[in-house]
Unconditional design. Structure first.
Length: 343
């Protein structure tokens, strides 16, 4: 005769069996590998001065059997790899004129990994012979595009850049831009129109009227234009390492763009990419005004008139900048389609 198991013992046995079953299930689940989700790797490459390095070759190597991947850095020095399997990786960066650089890290599953900024060092041989950095070549290409910018296809608009991260100009490039502006046929025509208006209003009456008066007004007007362009757009920017161009904003609220345009009449970007007081333009206007005292009629000379004209010039610059933000770009051809510049 088989004796029945007491109820409490049966309950204990069931409980033990249940616990064992749960433990086995949990152990089996824990032994299943985690699902690996691809991520991305990105970063920025700069030269020793902090300028973006465009066209650098970036190679992504993995510890497994995955083939290497390669990309080129953009004009802003940025690069990125998409759909990268998680795990250890190594980047090898090469660019003409620079020493090879390497960077490594571990990409977590499903994440976007940003590599710390990679600063390229000049190759020893390049540093010795002072080979021109690659960014000057980039700036040269951008200047060629700027020299095609004309309002209504006629009026030059060379001193505006629509590049999101325009490369800084070398002193030689600043002088070339000033030369292109001052010898442009349209510049001669606009100078003639200004001289005609001055004669009609009898401005600078000491010059008189007739062909002789018009010739003097034309010469003075063109001399002012040349002096202001070279001093404020080439000589001082080269000495003070400032960029003489207007960096188109093109984004944000109307109020922010108006304030940005007005501010750019007294501030500018330095060659290092940082904003600073526009000493080149302000001092250039004062210097050009001082030089004009050499050929203006006696009654139109003096420090007071020079400072007055400088303030008027700052106001005119602010007004033109506002037009650049909202009007002029719509009236031009051959404008780059890159994203607008960020201040």
């Amino acid at each position: 005769m088989v004796m029945a198991m007491p109820r409490y013992r049966a309950s204990v046995v069931c409980l033990i069996l249940t616990v064992l079953a749960c433990g086995v299930t949990t152990l089996a689940q824990s032994q299943q590998p985690e699902q690996q989700v691809p991520g991305s790797i990105s970063g920025t490459i700069v030269d020793p001065t902090g300028g973006a390095v465009a066209g650098a070759r970036v190679r992504l190597s993995r510890g497994d059997q995955s083939p290497d991947q390669e990309v080129l850095s953009g004009d802003d020095g940025q690069f990125s790899f998409a759909d990268v399997a998680p795990g250890p990786f190594q980047l090898t960066i090469t660019s003409a004129g620079f020493a090879t650089q390497a960077s490594s890290g571990i990409l977590p599953s499903g994440e976007s990994y940003t590599v710390p900024q990679i600063a390229m060092a000049l190759a020893t041989a390049v540093a010795e012979v002072r080979v021109v950095p690659a960014r000057i070549e980039v700036a040269e290409d951008q200047i060629k595009a700027q020299e095609k910018q004309r309002v209504l296809g006629v009026v030059p608009n060379f001193y505006v850049t629509y590049e999101r991260n325009a490369a800084p100009l070398s002193p030689k490039q600043k002088f070339e831009l000033a030369w292109k502006t001052t010898v442009d046929p349209v510049s001669f025509g606009l100078t003639g129109a200004i001289a005609g208006i001055q004669q009609a209003q009898n401005d600078f009456s000491g010059y008189g009227q007739g062909a002789q008066g018009y010739g003097k007004r034309y010469g003075a007007s063109y001399a002012n234009f040349v002096a202001g362009t070279y001093i404020g757009g080439a000589i001082l920017p080269s000495l003070l390492k400032q960029d003489p161009r207007y960096f188109y904003k093109g984004s944000g609220s109307k109020r922010s763009r108006i304030l940005y345009a007005i501010a750019n009449s007294v501030i500018c970007k330095g060659d290092d990419g940082h904003w600073q007081a526009n000493y080149s333009s302000i001092v250039g206007s004062l210097a050009a005004g001082g030089i004009s005292n050499l050929y203006y009629p006696d009654e139109d000379r003096g420090a007071e008139l020079t400072f007055e004209n400088t303030l008027i010039g700052i106001g005119e610059s602010a007004a033109v900048n506002i037009l650049q933000e909202f009007v002029i770009r719509k009236l031009m051809r051959n404008v780059p389609k890159q994203e607008p510049a960020n201040p």
